[in-house]
Design a protein around this ligand. Sequence first.
Ligand code: ATP
Length: 218
Amino acid sequence: MKKKMILDQVSFEIPKGSITGLLGPNGAGKSSLLRMIAGLSSQDSGTVQVFGQPAGEKMLGKLSLLPDRGSLPGWLTAEQWLSFAAGIYPDWNEQSAKQLIERLKINLDTSISAMSRGEEARLQLLTCLSRTAPLIILDEPFTGVDLISREQIASTVVAEMGDGERTFLIATHDIREMEMLFDRLVLIGDGQIKSVEDVEQLRQHGKSVESCYREVFA
Ligand SMILES: Nc1ncnc2c1ncn2[C@@H]1O[C@H](COP(=O)(O)OP(=O)(O)OP(=O)(O)O)[C@@H](O)[C@H]1O
């Protein structure tokens, strides 16, 4: 069977402590790229490094991934799931988890199968952020999430950035909600990097994240 090229000539760096938006149309290769960075799939050529080390199994403890289309075990309640997660992640921080339960308004007694898409998305984010891993990769954290919850998620990301120790890489189509959060953009289309932008510099040139996106992809 003929192989399809999904990513080609992709080269960029993510500064430590930044919030980088990975933006691009459907099928651009965002999820494929994030899976490679997370070490869940491998490339035929080239290198992916996470904190200066090759991406892969050994780096899994350094990053926390919210996958697209991920699903949590529906037969557990949120409380049971969080207790399980606390046991499987060595870097689980119980205090962060408690704060995020409040902030993201998680109902601990609800069974996951009875949660709406948005409620499950918030629980997924909580799971991801309750770890102390320095790199957080969020693949479309807003899918099916209502406006207020999107704002809650965005402000949670900002709160998590407080000490500048964490680095976020976020693939999203919800550019408006995230406009004020990103300090760097990686624009990807047809499996290739179209542009890498410093958001501060964009603003100095009178541009917004949205206008930059339109310029590159319209
Ligand atoms: N498991 C797979 N097998 C074969 N092709 C795949 C697979 N997963 C993705 N692709 C292809 O790779 C390309 C990039 O897909 P990817 O999911 O990375 O895009 P994306 O930018 O995340 O898109 P979206 O915004 O729609 O989520 C698409 O053409 C898709 O058809």
